[in-house]
Design a protein around this ligand. Structure first.
Ligand code: MGD
Ligand code: MGD
Ligand code: MO
Length: 745
């Protein structure tokens, strides 16, 4: 373990070095270059890293980032966790290993199962897999006794087939990783603007005058966004960052595609960096709006009254509510200086083309929906939606998480979507809403004997309240994980547990008609194809659509859908998508030319597609925690060396933390006031009505973070997030604002 100084600039030659070091450690050199040469190139493969869009002109030097290379190394790793590996390692032994170790064992190569009383997984043939799952599903008292989870790497084709199968089977139990991620954005944006997605395109960044970045760490999680920010700045944009931590990637960017960047010279990014207290974003934006409205009394051009009058609803109520708030108390909540807020207001006052970006720093709080709605209020005041260079930009996480939703992976589908499925496929889909992630875990916990199927992902480590979720999984009659890599969820099977290995983004998919393409949708609503270039490493690997079709055919037969022949050619699947999902008409023809499908987006064109046909101003409440004097507010965040629950390494280079993940980033004044010894292990405990949750053996890292706030890593501290602590309306676990107490032996 080593603690050094946090970095003040991201990317550059060091990033290239670290990326290649990881890649060459995991894979042969020739394989590395073959994959990287196709990564994010037209007709090549979509990076499994994040959902940031590709620019129109792709760099020949390489259109990927350090963490994209790490994602590739993780998936295309030469090592295999094969049948032999499972013979040598019991699940009890594997539970004692770290997440990093689990990932290093390599790709899954053969279907495995484990039955009650057994200590080891053993190989099973695909036919037995499909028969056993089909028979189990058919035998359930009701289809709602099965839960079908999806993670966001799943392709459009797989996602579409999966939801269709699940709905013909008879349930809307389709929770997904979005429930823990941007659900709050979807709820807020649907209500206020009429579409649960962002409104900007990549080109808007190049025309914007002001870019606001709330609760996001793009230097680690969306590194290619830094290129867009740099270009925006070159074109004159200003950048305001709102974040409790000084994240290196938001301060300066060493562009590895430029001479200066290669020399390690960074281009400054943030013009104003507001180190806000955790979850005081509503207070900040309300303070800014109050000041703007005050200024607009003298100079009406400060806000866009024409836009407000003709395109929005609820302005007066909003203004009245703002008037009841006291500016001083709003400012004091944020922990920021009046001068800093004044500078923010100055930047907003003179500019009309504003983009607001955000990620998990806003979406994972009890009042997460309020956070986003308040930002929409600010954009509406400025008329900054539906014109070039302006709009909303929720920066998505998983590379196809947005596409999965477009394809119907959602426990609360719209009536319109179900009606179209009903008329296209001639069956009556279930109308009752299904369970989301938290709902699923709660019913699996309360009622044993459920079937849990996971299309990718790692529910156990991604979900809150780890011990609670462990019991939920172990309670199941059957757990089915379609996965590329070994993970902790596999180690807590139900009475029967399956691990079904599948082909990943980097692999070639062969079906009867030949090599198949898949498609994905990026964070800005653009759909394009993706095709791997690695020959399958084992004869047992099947694609996700293939596995779904076989489970469907054994469960439902081939009456409504010809599942067995459908997958001979994935054009067949895209034909079905074209018939039943808006915006995908003539899908096959359009995707064949390697062209990009731009999905319909009302707000992008200034059309608000919610129930009232106008953008809504909303009145949002401030968080109310009732903190005790010795309590701190904890956010669980990602290190630079992980992709969600997949741990690439033990370092968090930009934050100066090496060789350890069980850390607590804490302000020096809190360390002093709470009389803590940085040399002793720390215990964190969260005290909510139902019980006290604890994580022991943590290490204090004195850090530049507002006092009263601490940061820990996800998934190590998920244990502390109570299952019932979730956002209003979106039900997203509030894993960025958990009240905790500290203690030392
Ligand atoms: N390399 C890599 N890339 C990834 C991922 C990964 O794990 N690794 N994960 C992918 C996924 S699924 C997602 S959703 C995204 C996640 O991308 P991010 O949202 O950037 O990820 P987090 O680490 O959760 O970072 C949250 C940021 O919000 C700040 N923050 C926390 N609380 C608050 C708050 O109350 N207010 C404000 N203003 N800021 C706050 C934190 O300091 C941190 O900088 O990245 C995607 N890309
Ligand atoms: N405390 C806390 N908890 C969080 C968060 C947080 O910030 N704090 N973030 C939340 C967020 S934003 C998200 S999105 C969730 C993530 O939740 P998940 O999406 O469930 O988790 P991942 O870690 O992304 O899933 C990793 C697993 O996916 C499998 N996999 C990888 N690629 C493929 C593929 O191509 N096909 C298939 N079938 N499997 C594949 C591998 O087996 C790997 O082990 O976690 C959430 N949990
Ligand atoms: Mo996410």
């Amino acid at each position: 373990m080593k603690i050094g100084k946090p970095a003040i600039s991201a990317a550059g030659p060091k990033a290239v070095y670290h990326a290649m070091e990881k890649a060459f450690h995991a894979m042969k050199v020739s394989k590395t270059f073959k994959i990287l040469g196709a990564l994010n190139q037209k007709g090549g493969m979509d990076c499994p890293g994040c959902a940031w869009p590709d620019p129109a002109h792709r760099s020949k030097l390489g259109e990927y980032c350090e963490n994209g290379v790490k994602a590739i190394a993780e998936e295309a790793i030469d090592a295999n966790a094969d049948a032999d590996f499972f013979t040598k390692n019991s699940i009890l032994e594997m539970r004692g290993k770290s997440d990093f170790w689990l990932g290093q064992q390599g790709r899954l190569t053969q279907p495995m199962w484990i039955r009650k009383g057994e200590s080891h997984y053993s190989p099973v043939d695909w036919n037995t897999v499909f028969e056993t799952i089909g028979n189990k599903l058919k035998s359930l008292p009701t289809p709602d006794d099965a839960i079908f989870y999806t993670s966001g790497r799943t392709s459009n084709e797989a996602a579409f087939l999966y939801q269709l199968f699940v709905r013909i089977f008879g349930t809307n139990n389709l929770p997904d990783c979005s429930n823990m991620c941007h659900e709050s954005s979807g709820v807020a944006l649907n209500h206020t603007l009429g579409i649960g997605k962002g409104s900007v395109k990549l080109e808007d960044f190049y025309q914007s005058e002001l870019i606001l970045i709330f609760g996001q760490n793009p230097g680690t999680n969306h590194p290619r966004m830094l290129t867009a920010l740099k270009k925006a700045k070159e074109n004159g944009a200003k950048i305001v960052v709102v974040n409790p931590l000084k994240e290196a990637g938001l301060m300066s960017f060493q562009d590895p595609q430029s001479v200066l960047g290669i020399l390690g010279i960074g281009a400054p990014l943030a013009d104003l960096y507001l180190q806000i207290r955790i979850n005081e974003d509503v207070a900040l934006v309300q303070a800014v709006a109050k000041k703007l409205l005050e200024r607009s009394e003298k100079d009406p051009s400060v806000i866009d009254s024409d836009f407000i009058l003709s395109n929005t609803d609820g302005f007066e109520t909003y203004q009245k509510a703002l008037n009841t708030l006291e500016l001083e108390s709003l400012i004091s909540r944020t922990g920021l200086k009046t001068q800093e807020i004044e500078e923010f207001v100055n930047l907003v006052t003179d500019r009309k083309k504003i983009i607001a970006c955000w990620a998990m720093g806003l979406t994972q709080h009890v009042n997460a929906v309020d956070n986003i709605q308040e930002i929409v209020n600010l954009l509406l005041l400025k008329g900054s939606i539906g014109k070039p260079g302006a709009g909303t930009c929720p920066v998505r996480g998983h590379s196809n998480v947005q596409g999965d939703r477009t394809m119907g992976i959602w426990e609360r589908p719209s009536k319109e979507f179900l009606d179209t499925l009903a008329s296209t496929f001639n069956f009556e889909p279930p109308r009752k809403h299904g369970v989301d992630v938290v709902g699923a875990i709660e019913i699996m916990h309360q009622q044993p004997e459920k079937v849990f199927m996971s299309m990718g992902g790692n529910l156990l480590s991604a979900a809150p309240d780890t011990s609670f979720t462990t019991i939920a999984l172990e309670n199941c009659a059957m757990t089915i994980h379609v996965s590329t890599k070994l993970n902790r969820s596999h180690l807590h099977p139900g009475e029967i547990g399956f691990i079904l290995p599948c082909l990943g983004r980097t692999d070639i998919i062969q079906e009867k008609s030949g090599i198949q393409k898949l498609t994905v949708e990026n964070s800005m609503g653009m759909v394009h194809s993706t095709q791997g270039n690695q020959v399958a490493r084992s004869e047992y690997l099947l694609s996700e659509p293939h596995i779904i079709s076989q489970i469907a055919s054994r469960t439902l037969g081939n009456q409504i859908i010809e599942w067995d022949s459908l997958i001979d050619n994935y054009d067949n699947i895209r034909d079905l998508i074209g018939k039943s999902v808006k915006g995908f008409e003539s899908f096959n023809e359009r995707i064949k030319e390697n062209s990009i499908l731009e999905l319909p987006n009302g707000p992008r064109e200034g059309k608000f597609t919610n129930d009232i046909g106008k953008a809504r101003f909303t009145v949002n409440s401030l968080p109310d925690y009732q903190m005790e004097a010795n309590e701190l507010l904890m956010m669980t965040i990602r290190s630079h060396d992980q992709f969600n629950t997949t741990i690439y390494g033990m370092d968090d280079r930009y934050r100066g933390i090496y060789g350890i993940r069980t850390v607590v980033l804490m302000n020096k004044s809190d360390i002093e006031n709470l009389k803590l010894d940085v040399n002793l292990p720390l215990t964190l405990s969260s005290h909510y009505e139902d019980k006290i949750r604890k994580v022991e053996g943590l290490t204090i890292v004195p850090y530049d973070i507002p006092s009263g706030c601490i940061a820990t890593y996800f998934p190590e501290c998920n244990e502390l997030v109570p299952i019932h602590l979730k956002a209003r309306k979106s039900y997203t676990p509030a894993s960025k604002s958990v009240k905790v107490k500290v203690s030392q032996p």
